[in-house]
Design a protein around this ligand. Sequence first.
Ligand SMILES: CN(C)c1cccc(CNc2ccc(C(N)=O)cn2)c1
Length: 247
Amino acid sequence: MRFDIVSLFPDMVKDAAGYGVTGKAIDNGLVDLRVWNPRDFTADRHKTVDDRPYGGGPGMVMKYQPLLDAVNAAKLEVHTDQRRVICLSPQGKLISQQMLQEVSESEQVILIAGRYEGIDERFIEQVCDEEWSLGDYVISGGELAALIIVDAVTRLIPGVLGDEDSAKQDSHYDGLLDCPHYTRPERSELGGVPEVLKGGNHAAIRRWRIKQSLGRTWLRRPDLLEKIQLTAEQQALLSEFKTEVDK
Ligand SMILES: CN(C)c1cccc(CNc2ccc(C(N)=O)cn2)c1
């Protein structure tokens, strides 16, 4: 997987991606990350990347030409048709694990991190394949949003996470919230650890974890439950949870 991030703050993106799971994936060549600064694609003396909005109004709009030239430079470096150009913005489609899964099967993902009040619409319409939003809020630039995409997609690439299953056990991978996790010490001023987890009955532990995931999803995010078809076992465990929680 090759990520190309177009951003006015390339070091911010490059440095942040260099930590943890994404940093390791880059070091061992499972992921390639390249950053492009639109300012390097300006032709004027002042290296202009933004301008005043037609129609007036506050703030500035990013000019399309430096962005377009940066995207074209990124495309030239990777010969593939398995490529997605995605702009991050509050006007985009709300991302889901499914959208991330699809993109993880591409060869090149070009992410546009906008600043200012936004980007000339002609660039979004003509150059970007998609416009994605991480949620209904505005941040000062698309860089943090782009880094979230890089992180979430990288985790889905085979071989990136040590234990193949850990990605699958990620909450939202099966559409449910994750179960609670505990580690040593067994006793603490914060309380103890559920008995079932301390025993060696792996079938009981598996059932407990599934029940907790279902119960938490039912309590905290019933909207997620609406979207999935529960197996007979899941339905039984959720019913059990509901009777216990009502007590
Ligand atoms: C039209 N355009 C590119 C744009 C317009 C306004 C702000 C920004 C940058 N800020 C962002 C980006 C994404 C998100 C999100 N919710 O994903 C929130 N804020 C970009």
